[in-house]
Design a protein. Structure first.
Length: 165
């Protein structure tokens, strides 16, 4: 990895972490525990399509680890499970979607993010009935995921061809 590429990945990680920390301070009107907009995933979707899988994985893991460290640490298993599920589906979608379809990637990856988090919660608590919580996360997750995908799509269309790494 050259210095320019490494610096760009570090910059994207810092941006994603900043978005994560700012978003954590914004109370949502919905009374659903753990519900977040997931705006830091704009960076993840952008990185997957602009930089590729390896750099995206490094950015994602760094952001999740540092974000949970700054947020108190108890969110690490849930965020990591959700992030890795999201990452795996993006690997597949990267081969199927064009730059004008990143909004689809955002929506679909949000579904897998929620599935990963609920699966981890079931694993940790040994409470299978937590699966009933999933529909309450999926609907707002798809809306927010569509927005993050659109934002990443806009970024890629604006910045994608200008960045030479």
């Amino acid at each position: 990895m050259n210095v320019k590429r490494l610096t760009f990945c570090a910059l994207l990680t810092a941006i994603a972490l900043t978005i994560f920390m700012v978003e954590a301070q914004i109370p949502l009107p919905a009374p659903i525990p753990g519900l977040k907009l997931g705006l830091a995933n704009i960076v993840t979707v952008y990185a997957m399509f602009a930089l590729g899988p390896r750099d995206t994985l490094l950015i994602l893991i760094s952001r999740v680890f540092l974000g949970s460290l700054f947020a108190g640490g108890s969110t690490l298993p849930y965020s990591m499970a959700g992030g890795l599920c999201c990452y795996l589906i993006m690997l597949l979608l990267r081969k199927l979607l064009t730059v004008k379809q990143l909004w689809v990637c955002g929506a679909v990856s949000s579904i897998f993010h929620n599935i990963g988090q609920v699966a981890m919660a079931i694993f940790i608590t040994k409470t299978p009935s937590l699966i009933l919580y999933l529909p309450f996360l999926l609907i707002p997750g798809i809306v927010a995921g569509t927005f993050t995908g659109l934002a990443a799509q806009f970024l890629l269309q604006r910045l994608g061809s200008r960045i030479k790494l």
